[in-house]
Ligand binder design. Structure first.
Ligand code: UGA
Length: 447
């Protein structure tokens, strides 16, 4: 069956996954990025970041994928062009739309009908501004559709191929139809809307997810002072069919390239329109404080942290990615270094990224080397490799057998039975956990 050629602007996470998946559905796809190194890597069939399944998709569909630095090549071969450029936060917390503006600047004065499909996360109202700019340039025949992405890193390929929903916001029915048709083979629920609502669906979805995370983190904090167990509490909350089980994992806070920036962007968007989004402001503040609570847990058990050695285990913002953007490990490492701690860091895939972002942290890909002589091991990211952390080898290597489980990955009782002092997030009995009474702990004698 002949398929529509597709253009993609931006070969980041979203652009490259979108390209690989449309190629998997049988389309010829031309992808443009401004970074020559990125284009070189993709052209040789490799991805410049860690995303499960992406490499296999690129390899299998190599004949249908073309990567280029030339925007003209994209508009020369495709009528439907997805905009997948980055929209990071500016210093004011608003979304930085300069890459979106560059796309418009580079748009040739095409004679034929072209459809720009916005996948990048943008403030509500962006579509209208782009529409007006196109009309003012005499490009009324260039269509515009909002088609926000809901891809989570680490499961992006699966999220694309098996979406909960596909949102298509259009000004003209036929333009929306053209985009909706591309997703038909996935059998997905397609939500058709106006452009502003599609833009808001994306921001509101992420805002709701972070609200759930900060909510359960606050419940966890209250569990800690009342003796309840947040894991049990979340399990039972999640069984209510009106609430559901997802995004109720308490931990040291959310990070990543999306949640922090999108929540801030929605807060600022509301503020710019004269509305104070109180709930979202609190959600963001709870998350900031949550990352720092680990330091209090360490102080509670170790006293002064100066001169202590702490192992941060897991540095990416979540497992199955090497992405460290807004990773809690960055704030934690900074706080601990400021307290005079000797900080060590381990991660199975993010070490290269960590070298750039964690100055002053001794990095290793060996778990045992990282915990060797440590006064505390902090699980920052729930990599599966850490499930076996409470082992005899680790206990023997550490100066103090103390685990702070920032992701509630381990079983508290099993970990304690294995000879460790264990502190989770909102776990029952963490109030009772005490290290041996040795304020000036100097050696194995403390054990
Ligand atoms: C998120 C959304 O899940 C996607 O739907 C969305 O498309 C994407 O942002 C985006 O806007 O592009 P992502 O940031 O890749 O995807 O990762 P998530 O799996 O959502 O996790 C985000 C953060 O929340 C992580 O730091 C994770 O550890 C934390 N989290 C998640 C919790 O602390 N508790 C939970 O219960 C769930």
């Amino acid at each position: 069956m002949p398929r529509e050629p597709i253009g993609i602007l931006g070969a980041g996470w979203v652009g490259s996954v979108t390209a690989a998946c449309f190629a998997e559905l049988g389309h010829d796809v031309v992808v443009r990025d401004v970074d020559p190194e990125r284009i070189r890597l993709f052209s040789s069939g490799r991805a410049p970041f860690h995303e499960p399944g992406l490499g296999a998709h690129l390899e299998r569909n190599g004949s249908r994928l073309r990567f280029t630095e030339d925007a003209g090549e994209v508009f020369g071969s495709a009528r439907i062009v997805f905009v997948c450029v980055g929209t990071p936060s500016t210093h004011s917390g608003d979304a930085d739309l300069s890459a979106v503006h560059r796309v418009l600047d580079e748009l040739p004065d095409v004679d034929e009908r072209v459809l720009l499909v916005m996948k990048s996360t943008v403030p509500v109202g962006t579509g209208e501004k782009v529409r007006n700019a196109l009309d003012a340039r005499g490009l009324a025949h260039v269509g515009y559709v909002s088609n926000p992405e809901f891809l989570a890193e680490g499961s992006a390929i699966r999220d694309f191929m098996h979406p909960d929903r596909v949102v298509v916001g259009a000004y003209a029915e036929a333009e929306g139809d053209a985009v909706a048709r591309l997703y038909e083979p996935l059998g997905a629920h397609i939500v058709r809307s106006d452009v502003a609502s599609a833009e808001m669906i994306k921001l509101a979805s992420n805002a709701f997810l972070v609200t759930r995370i900060s909510f359960i983190n606050e419940i966890a904090n209250v569990c800690e002072v009342t003796g309840a167990d947040v894991v049990k509490v979340a399990e039972a909350i999640g069984l209510d069919h009106r609430l559901g089980p997802h995004f109720l994992r308490a931990g040291i806070g959310y990070g990543g390239s999306c949640f922090p920036k999108d929540s801030l962007a929605l807060k600022q968007l509301a503020a710019n329109s004269g509305y104070h989004f109180q709930l979202l402001s609190a959600v963001i503040e709870v998350n900031e404080l949550q990352k720092r609570r680990v330091v209090h847990k360490l102080q509670k058990h170790l006293g002064s942290l100066r001169g202590k050695r702490d192992a941060l285990l897991g540095l990416s913002f979540k497992p199955d990615t090497d992405d460290m953007r807004e990773a809690p490990s960055i704030v934690l490492a900074g706080r601990l270094l400021a307290e005079g701690v000797e900080v060590r860091g381990w991660d199975p895939v993010a070490l290269e990224e960590a070298r750039r972002r964690l100055a002053g942290v001794a990095l290793s890909d060996s778990l045992l080397e990282t915990v060797d002589g440590a006064d505390a091991a902090v699980i920052v990211t729930e990599w599966p490799e850490l499930r076996g952390l409470a082992s005899d080898e680790v206990r023997a290597g550490m100066r103090t057998p103390f685990i702070v489980d920032g992701r509630n990955l381990l079983d508290p009782e099993e970990t304690r039975a294995a000879g460790f002092v264990y502190e989770g997030i909102g776990r029952a009995a963490s109030l009772l956990a005490e290290l041996p009474e040795t304020p000036e702990r100097d050696s194995e004698a403390a054990l």
